[in-house]
Write a protein that binds this ligand. Structure first.
Ligand code: NAI
Ligand code: MG
Length: 369
């Protein structure tokens, strides 16, 4: 591996800096073990930035993020800053949203797997969930959350009308479809694309476009289409039968939370949001890596936050940001060993704190031959 990867670490608020510190320890050790040069810079985001600079994301942080190879984020927000958040437009009041726009990320990857040691913490019977290993690929920059026009108006009869539009262009669907097919190639799996093509025009375009990209560019990848409502039932009933789940912004939001159930706890879940398709062996610059949980003000400062979601986000950074899937697998195996040995933070029903879990993962990290 040549060159140095530049990583910007933004702890954010409450438990954010605690879990990011844990993630950075793993990042440094794995980089050493795999002979990767990384240069890490830390800065402020969210309320922590507001308290010092009077803004949730400074221009300097935005510039550093644009220059970085990868950005690790903890979580932002807390009751201290809620009123400020409400006062202005979202891009100015939410540091994370500004970062997403600055980085032009559109491809949100949300993996969830059934950890052998945590099967009893899921609501599933063991034989139904064992081995489940899912990756949601969510279009994260378009669709109904961004379609124009949107708004509210008062009608002649005095009622209010509120509206937004679900809109997709061919190019937007093509690029997210490629992300899903590429991800499936890396996992040796198959893609299930979710839509409501029976009732939505944007859903029809979605299905036609995904089918065409699959046929023309990825004939080696199995593709099936499911209607979103049935998909919720099918995935909940038999999570082992699915691999990559491709969905638009709204449906991806919903299915991400559904698949998270197989992992057993919120603190276990990582994410990556990328500005391009991650092709096997071709790193993507400028991805955002973060646990899916929030800043957990209720447990901050106690040293009990589960760092695993952040550590697994670092694994995703090695896989997609640095093009080193072997390093990602090494981190996942270390997590697996630590859980199998019976260690557990409080959100998994145990008593082991952030430092204990992190140290155990560091001790169990071995390069995969
Ligand atoms: P949350 O995810 O912070 O917490 C929900 C519950 O899960 C809490 O009981 C918390 O203690 C627990 N929890 C979360 N992560 C944990 C971890 N790693 N280890 C152990 N327990 C953990 O969600 P909540 O309470 O709705 O939001 C708190 C703040 O976080 C709010 O200000 C919210 O806006 C912000 N938030 C930020 C996000 C981000 O930066 N991406 C995402 C979600 C919420
Ligand atoms: Mg959500």
């Amino acid at each position: 591996m040549s060159g140095t990867f530049k990583v910007l670490a933004l702890g954010g608020d409450h438990i954010g800096p605690e879990v990011v510190a844990a993630g950075l320890q793993v990042l440094r050790q794995v980089a050493d073990q795999f002979g990767v040069a990384v240069e890490i810079e830390e800065d402020l985001l969210g309320g922590a930035s507001w308290d010092v600079h009077g803004t949730f994301c400074t221009d300097a942080v935005a510039a550093k993020a644009r220059a970085a190879d990868a950005i690790l984020v903890g979580a932002v927000g807390g009751p201290e800053w809620d009123n400020i958040r409400i006062a202005g437009p979202i891009t100015e009041t939410d540091g994370l949203t500004r970062l997403r726009i600055e980085l032009d990320v559109y491809n949100a990857l949300r993996p969830a797997r059934a950890w052998p040691a945590l099967l009893h913490r899921t609501p599933y019977r063991q034989e139904v969930v064992e081995g489940a290993d899912l990756l949601v690929v969510r279009e994260n920059a378009g669709g109904i959350y961004y379609g124009e026009p949107r708004g509210r108006e008062v009608l002649g009869d005095g009622q209010e009308r509120a509206f937004e539009i679900s809109e997709y262009r061919t190019g937007e669907v093509e690029r997210i479809a490629r992300c899903a097919f590429e991800a499936a190639r890396g996992r040796g799996g198959h893609v299930t694309s979710l839509d409501k093509s029976n009732v939505m025009e944007s859903g029809k375009l979605w299905r036609e476009t995904v089918a065409r990209i699959g046929r023309e560019e990825y004939p080696d990848i199995q593709l099936r289409h499911l209607l979103m409502d049935y998909a919720l039932f099918a995935v909940a009933r038999a999570p082992q039968e699915f691999d990559v789940l491709l969905a638009d912004n709204l449906f991806g939001d919903l299915i991400s939370d559904l698949v998270a159930v197989v992992s057993g706890a919120l603190g276990m879940l990582p994410s990556a949001t990328l500005p391009a398709a991650a092709r096997v062996g071709h790193p993507v610059k400028g991805g955002l890596y973060e646990p899916t949980h929030g800043s957990a003000p209720d447990i901050s400062g106690q040293g009990v936050a589960n760092p695993i979601g952040t550590i697994l986000s670092v694994a995703m950074m090695f896989e997609y940001g640095f093009g080193l899937p072997a390093a990602a697998r090494a981190i996942e195996q270390a997590v697996d060993r630590v859980l199998a040995a019976g260690l557990a933070p409080p959100d998994l029903g145990g008593t082991d704190g952030t430092a204990t879990i992190t140290q155990a993962i560091l001790r169990n990290l071995h390069p995969i031959p």
